[in-house]
Design a binder for this molecule. Structure first.
Ligand SMILES: [Mg+2]
Length: 89
């Protein structure tokens, strides 16, 4: 894949992340809830395959990637917060 195409796809994922933040705000969930959200999005990918809908298939894959990134962001926030709350004696 050319780096131009990769940048284009990553830009779509970033755009979707921004849409999610506008819609939901910063989301801090536990891993089980993130797993459920990802499972729901993965299910939508599967549904698009069953419906032979290639447009939705691609859109849902972008959403899966975006939700995975949101879960990583949440995890990293929690790790950073844990570091900040640790006070060495
Ligand atoms: Mg979806």
């Amino acid at each position: 894949m050319s780096s131009r195409k990769l940048v284009s796809i990553l830009s779509e994922i970033i755009e979707e992340r921004n849409k999610q933040d506008l819609k939901w705000g910063v989301q801090d969930h536990d891993p089980l809830k993130w797993n459920a959200i990802l499972g729901e999005e993965f299910g939508e990918v599967s549904k698009s395959i069953l419906e032979n809908n290639s447009y939705n298939y691609r859109e849902e894959l972008i959403q899966v990637a975006s939700v995975a990134i949101a879960a990583i962001e949440c995890h990293d926030r929690k790790i950073e917060a844990a570091k900040e709350s640790y006070l060495p004696r």
